[in-house]
Design a protein. Structure first.
Ligand code: PMP
Length: 364
């Protein structure tokens, strides 16, 4: 063994050595439909205004505090009165902060993070790196929650955290409100349910307004899907006393000054972003109808800005799409329930059309 191999094996955790790092595909020259981004940039006149705003931002000092962005989020994004938000470098960071805060260990016993599966991959990853055990409870065939199995798993493992993406990634559906309420009740004061509303701009269903009803509820969101994926900003709200605990784990200065300024600017123009989300919603429904007419293609119902579809041979279709410079996500290997499934971000009418033609040609 070389010195470096020896060094790595003496120092880096075995479970970290065993995994691959998160891969971000190089999308230059491709129609990029793999990451649920909003394809519409800010209109030119707003970009120019934003440029002027950013030019005035001091880069030589640490970010002072994010109080002004916090206040803007609370005022404009439906956070109930008396509740605050904690901000993260994307909601990815918030997921990992929650896991770090809850990863208590007693001798021979680790805290559990539970989620229905298939789920957003960062839940299991953050649990692992924080030293929690991840328990995945399979969804039913129609991707709804398997409530007897969820309640039995909660009873058995008493998870400290339950993550519920609402709508779910990668399946696109909204779980039943009553099911989430039952999970909150079953957890009681032994566990926190995190309702992850990354796709809320498209679903228009939210638990944010219901925070006062549930002291063990955290509602998490991101601005990524709304058209600001590049600035990396997530936020979450919960009972102030609970949020104060997570605040201790948040790294200092985690939301940089450029992100803060850009987000505040964007919130002043939230109507522009919401209008883009409406366009994407209509485009999603139109694309779903067209795809469902193709022989051998199953389209699952989606309340997000992506579609999950099943084809006869996802590897083959994916390779053919790649050759036609279209980038989508092959979900086939992620989970048994996603065999031959592809996930496609909804885009502009032009890109959806290009995708549709390339996809149709890939089926033969
Ligand atoms: N939650 C869900 C359900 C997601 O799908 C994603 C992004 N794919 C995230 C959280 C992370 O979002 P962010 O860009 O804010 O880190």
């Amino acid at each position: 063994m070389s010195f470096l191999d020896q060094l790595i094996s003496n120092t880096v955790r075995a479970d970290v050595r065993a995994v691959k790092s998160y891969q971000v595909a190089d999308a230059s020259g491709y129609i990029k439909l793999d990451a649920m981004e909003n394809p519409y940039p800010l209109p030119q006149h707003l970009r120019e205004e934003l440029g002027a705003r950013l030019a005035g931002v001091a880069l030589n000092r640490y970010p002072p505090s994010y109080a002004s962005l916090q206040a803007a989020i609370c005022a404009k994004l439906g956070v109930p009165a008396g509740y605050d938000v904690m901000l993260g470098n994307g909601s990815d960071e918030l997921i990992s902060i929650l896991a770090m805060a809850c990863a208590h260990q007693e001798p021979g016993k680790r805290a559990v993070l539970l989620a229905p599966v298939p789920a957003f991959v960062m839940y299991a990853r953050s649990a692992q790196f924080a030293g929690m055990d991840f328990v995945g409870v399979p969804l039913q065939a129609d991707f709804s929650l398997d409530m007897p199995a969820m309640l039995a798993a909660i009873e058995q493992h008493r998870p400290a955290l339950v993550f519920l993406a609402y709508p779910n990634n990668p399946t696109g559906n909204l779980f039943a409100t009553a099911d989430i309420e039952r999970i909150l009740a079953a957890l009681g004061d032994t566990g926190i349910a995190v309702v992850d509303e990354a796709y809320e701009p498209f679903a228009q269903h939210s638990f944010m307004g219901r925070l006062p009803e549930f002291e063990n509820l955290v509602v998490m969101r991101t601005v990524s899907k709304l058209g600001l994926a590049g600035i990396r900003l997530g936020y979450m709200s919960a009972e102030p006393a609970l949020l104060a605990q997570f605040e201790k784990v948040r790294p200092p200065y985690n939301v940089n000054v450029l992100t803060q300024a850009a987000a505040e600017f964007a919130l002043d123009h939230i109507d522009v972003l919401n209008a883009q989300a409406d366009l994407l919603n209509s485009a999603r429904d139109a694309l779903a109808l067209r795809l469902a007419e193709l022989p051998g293609v199953t389209v699952f119902p989606s309340k997000a800005n992506f579609l999950l579809i099943r084809v006869a041979d996802s590897d083959d279709v994916c390779a053919k799409l790649l050759a036609r410079r279209v980038l989508i996500k092959n979900m086939s290997k992620m989970h048994a329930a996603l065999a031959n499934c592809l996930r496609i971000s909804v885009s502009t009418p032009e890109e959806n059309s290009l995708f549709y033609d390339a996809f149709k040609a890939s089926l033969v």
